[in-house]
Design a protein around this ligand. Structure first.
Ligand code: KG4
Ligand code: ZN
Length: 320
């Protein structure tokens, strides 16, 4: 089995999968509650919590899989991009386990991990496909030709789609992390109530920062009691603008690349309107959209391993 470890942001996660992509355990401990009162992730607080949680979470994954460290053939860990202090906790834990058992270690790029969430059982998706990766930190269109062979077609020039959801949710007083709350509230509103603009940037890139400003002005124009009455409409219209931008770009990319098979991964892939708008696409299962370690272990199947003890000098990286 492959032991996967993920600590790039505010989820402490460990998973065990088999070589052919069957998930035996997938444990995710979210720190969202801890960061909620600050309205976002506080990096140093995240690192310290990872340190407390990493061993119990790995132990829980082993017990859920009915396994011990004797059953682990290699250790996979997120090396970056992410919060550097948070990443270091996972990398140190992975090194310690691998080194103590003389196992190989596989450093995994978090974004490759999101794409590899599609390769897991029970319904694995095989390349080639056009992948929309939309998370709290990234928004990318990737042409995946084969495992580990991919081309970046477009990316966000400013905010990520998930960031736009979170910032919009904050303006509407929905708390943190706001994507899921905004999604829920939007179901009660009219997506046509407000016409929020979607920035048109050249090529296949995205831009979401103007949208949040448009929402800010719309919110400011309302008295508090009006805001309460229009909140669901604002949420629905705002979400509709983000989804329209994402879907529009996906369609253009499909046309330009000639790749009609579409897949969607990352936290924003959990959005109900996006899922409904791309119903023909392969959508990562809900449990694998937001950060988890099963996807990291999955990516390790297609990534070169470092043999014992070469990985002891391995470093994490914050951005690509
Ligand atoms: O992939 P992820 O867990 O972490 C990163 O790698 O960034 O994505 C988290 C992002 C957050 O911005 C969160 O608000 C968003 O995914 N998200 C959603 C939904 N569920 C999570 N956004 C819109 N609708 C949702 N249902
Ligand atoms: Zn992620």
């Amino acid at each position: 089995m492959i032991l996967g470890i993920e600590t790039s942001c505010d989820e402490t996660a460990a998973a065990l999968i088999t070589e052919d992509g069957e998930i035996r355990a997938n444990v995710v401990s979210s720190q969202a509650d801890l960061h909620a009162r600050y309205g976002g992730v506080v990096p140093e607080v995240a690192s310290r919590r990872h340190l407390e949680l990493i061993s119990p979470v790995i132990r829980e994954a082993l017990s859920e899989a009915g396994a011990t460290l004797d059953d682990v053939d290699r250790v996979a860990v997120t090396r970056g991009p992410g919060l550097i202090g948070a990443l270091l906790v996972g990398v140190a834990a992975a090194k310690a386990i691998a080194w103590s058992r003389r196992l190989p270690l596989v450093p995994v790029d978090h974004l490759d991990g999101h794409v590899a969430s599609l390769y897991l059982k029970p319904g694995p998706v095989e390349p080639p496909f056009l992948c929309l990766l939309a998370s709290g930190g990234h928004t990318m269109l990737i042409l995946v030709r084969a495992h580990g062979e991919q081309e970046l077609l477009g990316t966000t020039l400013d905010d990520a789609a998930g960031e736009a959801f979170d910032k919009g949710a904050r303006l509407l007083g929905l708390g943190y992390p706001g994507g899921r709350e905004l999604d829920r509230l939007a179901r009660e509103g009219d997506p046509g109530a407000y016409d929020f603009p979607v920035a048109r940037v050249p090529g296949l890139d995205f831009s979401f920062s103007g949208l949040k400003t448009a929402l800010l002005y719309a919110v400011r124009a309302l008295a508090p009691d009006e805001l309460a009455a229009r909140k669901a409409d604002l949420a629905a219209s705002y979400q509709h603008a983000i989804v329209r931008a994402l879907v529009g770009r996906v369609r253009e990319a499909a046309e330009q690349s000639g790749q009609e098979r579409i897949a969607v991964v990352g936290g924003v892939a959990a959005n109900s309107e996006l899922r409904a708008s791309l119903s023909g696409a392969s959508l990562a299962p809900l449990s694998l959209c937001t950060d988890n370690a099963a996807m990291i272990a999955s990516a390790a199947r297609y990534t070169g391993a470092l043999v014992y003890p070469a990985y002891l000098g391995l470093d994490a990286f914050a951005s690509r």
